[in-house]
Design a binder for this molecule. Sequence first.
Ligand SMILES: Cc1ncc(COP(=O)(O)O)c(C=O)c1O
Length: 413
Amino acid sequence: MDLFAKIKNNASALGQYAENGGEGYFIAPKLEGPIANRMMFQGKECVCWSVNNYLGLANLPEIRKIDGDAAADWGLAYPMGSRLMTGNTSEHEALEVELAEFVNKESTALVNFGYQGVVSAIDCLVGRRDVIVYDAESHACIMDGVRLHIGKRFAFEHNNIESLEKRLQRATKITEETGGGILVISEGVFGMRGDQGKLREIVALKEQYEFRLFVDDAHGFGVLGKTGAGACEEQGVMDQIDVYFATFAKSMASVGAFFAGDTAIMRYMKYNMRSQIYAKSLAMPIVVGARKRLAMIKNDTTQKDKLWTIVNALQAGLKERGFDLGDTNSCVTPVYMKGSVPEAQALVYDMRENYNVFCSIVVPPVIPQGMILLRLIPTASHTLEDVQITLEAFSAVAVRLKAGDYKVEAANF
Ligand SMILES: Cc1ncc(COP(=O)(O)O)c(C=O)c1O
């Protein structure tokens, strides 16, 4: 069979939503104008709840200025080459030191993109004798890192400590025979449901089982914890996390990411993560910009306080109106409703066109069939007026969903 003929006949799980005019609307929509609480969508201003700009840094004048000045000073090319060849600078090293201080770890290792970084971190930490035990609802970068592993791996039920313990018992038996070790992987905040990984309970298992713990805190860094150092700080277990990961792509409003842990492990990772050895180092404006962002997060909680005012108002308002937010205990605000994917599309269309509220739909297979999940990301740039507009929009569309209106309109999608 012709390979491309097979591809052309298979739209794929996400590709199917691009068909029938969905592209540019339900999938790959273009949000225009500065990254803010209100953005332009298809020529109209909407309250936008789909951008992970938690602390609202993306468009702060001082951040825009430092990014612009750094680009003018350094250009986008510098430094050329991978970090280990010709891509290292004092700025990269200074950022690593500052990040380590902030998350209270001995050392950090910068990576150019979080996704690739996590894939190759997992790849370099384990060998054929080792066993990985990971949360079944982990982010795709963890899944892909696990897929590269040539030894045994076991998924435990999402955030289920009993299930984790069973997998640890199996893993322990195996490693006793192979002489390998165990890597447990969880997340600080699960980005779809918004629930924090049960890190305290996981860490407590270290008393009975021998394993190392890797935590992806993409959605916790900068927004959770007393100082903003993330979910592990919030749960008081940072010192028990063996490999901590956070990206700059969310609260830091940039690109790039880092790992943190003991110096010996960070050194090993720097010299063994293939996505870093064989790819270009972070560009200087990104590094200079990250230092400025980190200094702001460290020294001034204004943005974090603003964020939590919005999170609390939005989540309390939705709950008061009877909406089901599952078990989020972070900024991520999922709203669960019942209906088909076409009904969800009709509902979101109504919300965008008639209420000027833009949020994203999460579709099966990420959630079960028959369920609608609208995911809202509150940010420091939102206002209480944005929250009010959104609460009213949700109440209105919920009435129409119950009345079956979207079943009829769904025929258009
Ligand atoms: C949980 C989680 N891990 C890792 C990543 C990847 O980070 P980056 O965007 O830096 O590649 C993301 C971002 O989508 C994420 O949500």
